[in-house]
Design a binder for this molecule. Structure first.
Ligand SMILES: Nc1ncnc2c1ncn2[C@@H]1O[C@H](COP(=O)(O)OP(=O)(O)OP(=O)(O)O)[C@@H](O)[C@H]1O
Ligand SMILES: [Mg+2]
Length: 246
């Protein structure tokens, strides 16, 4: 199992948000997590990423059999965990290219791979920016600095494509995207799909799932996964909302 989450409980600000999450993701799969506002979706992503603002009070989470909860956020990233934020942060003064260079070097060192030469790196940048149809001018701009909402989301997918994570968690990457950008972002996600990695997409809308077809759809409700189904479940939720599941 690539990701195994068992009876995970987590709290923040003295309040328990995750109340026993169970989730198993195999390599090669795409899982979608849906659920009403405030149900704990972003919290789950933050806890898996190792955000220090959350305290795990019970349960376990492993990535590739290794205890994820023991690792610092940096080690999780080097192990192949990638989180795309609901609200991507701006880092003024660090160019997109330099940021990616540092992140990729760390990841490759951890994998025992040699650092890419400057020309190999540039080639990879070009290839991955083309994948998400980003203008090359974005390479020299500060990370997300002054980017529009949709450009930030696209940049997140570009970063993901550069790093080739084993587990990518995408928190509402589809929100605020125009129709073309949605398709482009979906292409980026699909291009990552391979037998050794998995994607967890958090979304409110079935729309994205037309392009990125999930193997499994889970409903997170009040800190627990209360239903799991196939992609038809997403359509059903769109029609009926969440009340019928309570
Ligand atoms: N520091 C905090 N103190 C108290 N409650 C908090 C704190 N941080 C988060 N919460 C609460 O945790 C709950 C879960 O939030 P979370 O962001 O995980 O929801 P979500 O499912 O991602 O929602 P959305 O669909 O709106 O993005 C919310 O009710 C939120 O107010
Ligand atoms: Mg959220």
């Amino acid at each position: 199992m690539l990701l195994q989450v068992t009876n995970l409980h987590a709290a923040t600000g003295g309040k328990e948000i995750l109340k026993g999450v169970n989730l198993a993701v195999s390599a090669g799969e795409v899982h979608a997590i849906m659920g009403p506002n405030g149900s704990g979706k972003s919290t789950l992503a933050a806890v898996l990423a190792g955000n220090p603002g959350y305290e795990v009070t019970q349960g376990a989470a492993t990535l590739g059999g290794k205890n994820l909860l023991d690792m610092t956020p940096e080690v999780r990233a080097r192990e192949g965990f990638f989180l795309s934020f609901q609200y991507p942060v701006e880092i003024a003064g660090v160019s997109n290219a330099n940021f990616m260079k540092a992140a990729l070097t760390e990841r490759r060192r951890h994998q025992g791979l040699p650092e890419l030469s400057p020309s190999e790196f540039l080639q990879r940048m070009r290839q991955k920016m083309a994948l998400v149809e980003m203008d090359s001018a974005f390479a020299s701009r500060g990370v997300n600095t002054g980017f529009s909402g949709g450009e930030k989301k696209r940049n997140e997918i570009f970063q993901m494509a550069m790093l080739e994570p084993t587990l990518a968690v995408l928190d509402e990457t589809d929100s605020g995207l125009d129709i073309d950008a949605l398709r482009i972002v979906a292409n980026g996600i699909n291009s990552l799909k391979n037998k050794d990695s998995a994607v967890l997409v958090i979304t409110h809308y079935q729309r994205l799932l037309d392009y990125v077809v999930p193997d499994w759809v889970h409903v997170l409700y009040q800190g627990k996964i209360i239903k799991t189904g196939t992609k038809e479940l997403a359509t059903e939720l769109e029609e009926k909302g969440y009340d019928w599941l309570k």
